[in-house]
Design a protein around this ligand. Structure first.
Ligand code: ACO
Length: 438
């Protein structure tokens, strides 16, 4: 089969050669960013699909939440640049913005913060779920399990068609995620669970539940709380990445939000997505010293090798990830607060970055540091074990997932997500009895 495409003003007309079938495919413009061809009628009119493994050239939805220009390294939430939000806002304010589309006024901000913080406790029976896990379970496994189990506890907010239920589920997820995460950690080290404290800020409360013990007073460092809050802001949303698309795809079937977020957590777990900062630390440990950087990079560039420069490259950013710049600055602040200015890992990372940014292999492929390149170093310095890194990402990304889920449910054009395929397997054939098979 072959086809001819002719340009027709903004649109394109495709004619299937040898048939009388043709279709004019209109272009839809966004407010910024590339326009898209609307191919919804393609199969019905021409009987063909498009082929796009990994969806690199496919817009699966319309969204007003987050905009990324990967070529120049721009990230906007509801139009506001990430640099301004990281410097001037707070995680809960950014959460309000992502969910509602506008920055809150004073009263809205106070009401939202109270609304979220009122939901920080877990149903007491959920505590017992932890006992079912081995102590050495990966905390992401605990997160998938406990978050999925939330659908069995909060029946009064499961009607996805009721806006109040959607709002309460969003509050519950944002509020309880730090508690679930901190308890996963406490369980793994055998310490008592710390109940949330609603007089603290979102980030302070998380650090308190992670680090405090009932036997002693614990004071949260304002510098570390601010750094934690900024890390949460930097990870809050990132448009249609793998985990967000997983949440949308799960939600498109009408599944409840807790189940959808559990699916998002599973998707985030992979090393190519949320697990990369853990991988960066492993890589830095493997390199060990800056004298070993050239040999390591030679291995990365070797076509027959399996190593990648972790924390480098991004499906969308073909320039410096704006979050990586903020993370690098934050890294210096945190290490200074902790008295680790001369952290050898940071020095090694900066040297590695400098060399890679001048190396033809990385330059020609537009491979720049992504958000994960420095986040692992900060989190390690703050005392988080590497197994908790992706968990922190999940805590922060929950608001992005739930905002995207809510937008999808409220979109009248929403349908069940159902990608198609180009089938290249066997054509129809008859069953062969077992004794006749060669
Ligand atoms: N190190 C070495 N080479 C790389 C890297 C890397 N980190 N990333 C991409 N390349 C190379 C590929 O080998 C390929 O080279 P080739 O054209 O010679 O075959 C070329 O660059 C294009 O690579 P793709 O895999 O097609 O790029 P893609 O956009 O699919 O990959 C990804 C993006 C998965 C993030 C990749 O860059 C990667 O694996 N990076 C390391 C892991 C990482 O840091 N992930 C975090 C992402 S950010 C986040 O999730 C928060």
């Amino acid at each position: 089969m072959s086809a001819t495409a002719t340009k027709d003003g903004g649109s394109v007309t495709i004619t299937l050669n040898g048939t009388n079938k043709s279709l004019t495919i209109p272009l839809i413009d966004g407010t910024i960013g590339p326009s898209v061809f609307d191919i919804r009628k393609l199969y019905n009119e021409l009987g063909v699909f498009t082929y796009d493994p990994g969806y690199g050239g496919t817009a699966a939805c319309e969204s007003k939440i987050t905009y990324i220009d990967g070529d120049v390294g721009v990230l906007l939430h509801r139009g506001y640049p990430i640099e301004q939000l990281a410097e001037k806002s707070s995680f809960l304010e950014v959460s309000y913005l992502l969910l509602n589309g506008e920055l809150p006024d004073k009263a809205q901000k106070a009401e939202f913060e109270r609304g979220v913080m009122m939901h920080t406790m877990l149903h007491e029976q959920l505590r017992r779920f932890y006992d079912g896990f081995r102590r050495d379970a990966h905390p992401m496994a605990v997160m998938c399990g406990v978050v999925g189990a939330m659908s069995a506890f909060y029946h009064d907010s499961l009607d996805i068609n009721d806006p109040d239920h959607r709002r309460i589920s969003a509050f519950r997820l944002i509020a309880k995620m730090p508690t679930i995460a901190a308890w996963a950690y406490k369980y793994s080290i055998g310490q008592p669970f710390m109940y949330p404290r609603n007089d603290l800020s979102y980030a302070e409360n998380f650090l308190y539940m992670m680090n405090a013990v009932p036997a002693e007073d614990y004071k949260v460092s304002p510098v570390l709380a601010r750094a934690m809050d900024r890390i949460f802001i930097l990870h809050a949303d990132h448009e249609q990445n793998a985990s967000t698309s997983t949440v949308r795809l799960s939600g498109s079937t009408g599944a409840n939000p807790f189940a959808c977020i559990a699916a998002g957590i599973a998707s985030l777990w992979g090393p190519a997505h949320g697990g990369a900062n853990e991988a960066v630390l492993k890589m830095l440990a493997e390199i060990g010293h800056k004298d070993n950087i050239p040999a390591f990079l030679a291995g990365v560039k070797d076509k027959n090798g399996h190593n990648r420069l972790m924390g480098f490259g991004h499906r969308v950013y073909k320039n410096y990830d704006p979050r990586a710049k903020i993370m690098q600055a934050s890294c210096h602040e945190v290490l200074k607060e902790l008295g680790h200015q001369d952290d050898p890992l940071l020095e090694l990372a900066m040297e590695l970055e400098k060399i890679a940014l001048h190396d033809e292999y990385f330059v020609s492929r537009k491979l720049y540091p992504n958000v994960d390149f420095y986040s692992g170093i900060i989190l390690k310095a703050m005392g988080f074990p590497t197994s908790m890194f992706t968990v922190l990402f999940a805590v922060a990304r929950t608001v992005g997932w739930i905002s995207q889920w809510k937008e999808m449910i409220e979109d009248p054009s929403q349908r069940i997500g159902r990608p198609r395929q180009v089938y290249t397997g066997a054509t129809q054939r008859d069953y062969i009895a077992l004794d006749k098979r060669a």
